[in-house]
Design a protein. Sequence first.
Length: 370
Amino acid sequence: MIHTKVIRVSLGLLLLAGCSGSGHDSGKKVSETATVVKGVVIERVAASSLPETFEVSGVVRSRTSAVISSRLPGTISAMNVQEGDRIKKGQLLIRLDARENQANEASAVAGIEEARRGLDEALARKRLADVTQERFQKLFIEQAVTRQEFDIKQTERELASQGLARAEARLRQAREGAKAAVAVAGYTKIVAPISGVVTSKLAALGATVFPGQPLMTIEDEGQYQLEFAIPESLAAKVKQGSSVQVTLDAAGATFTAQIAEVVPAVDPATRTFTAKINLNRKGLKSGMFGRGTISMGTGSIGLTVAKKAVFERGALTSVWVLDKDNIARMRLVKVGKLIGSRLEILSGLSEGERIAVEGAEKITEGVKVE
């Protein structure tokens, strides 16, 4: 009985010793096989002066656009373009059916012919009056006719001269009237004043239009600008040539540009004025949303990190922080405004801490960075 107990105790001690040895070896093995990540750029967090900035929003618009409208009433008999069509300057867009104007053109052309015939008649009368006056002058010298008869013929010559002048004036008037009638009749053909793309169409085939009614809009695709609405309180600080950091979310672009134009008038309804930035980029469309950050000078002291050091997982914004043993730990941070290629850190980091900037995609929680 005693022998059996001794055997059991011995077995228990052996099992405990085995378990203890196994645990020690396991921990040692994990420590020795910890994952090591190389090729990571590390940056030490430092405080610096943060620029004072003001953020504004804007809209992309074409620098050159044309609203096409009718100059006379009529019915659209032909619509040759659709929204999105690219057109050339002088291309026929719309044809109107305005028969009254076409009839006026025909009448004006006929008036030229009538005035020309009237001029020919006046010229014939003038020639006859000249010849008759010369004959009567000779007869008067020879005292073959009375003074009264000679004066009558001389007056008829003067009247013929005046009739010729009136006929010439009527011909000039008819020609100018015909030019006007032809020009008005030409308004039935609406052509493109600029080359570009049709961005909107406000009338359809068969519609009745009136003078001044917008029919479509054409925009030049090669020249765009970003228009900002800036509070009037910044009028003294925002000037032509001021630097602005521009972000176009739809185009995925962030760049620095200068204000090209400042409209010298304030909108009394919004208490803002307009500043414009020229955009020389492809893939832009009128109406795109844009954001601008205007520098107002140097402000407070704060922490900033490279934008690429910050990553998002779901709704959380984080960075990889390295401890004294270069072990990476994920740290939640709260970011502020974007300053160039850096982000302001409002909370979550302290000055002097080290963070991973490049190669962060290689890092996982607890790895060692070399």
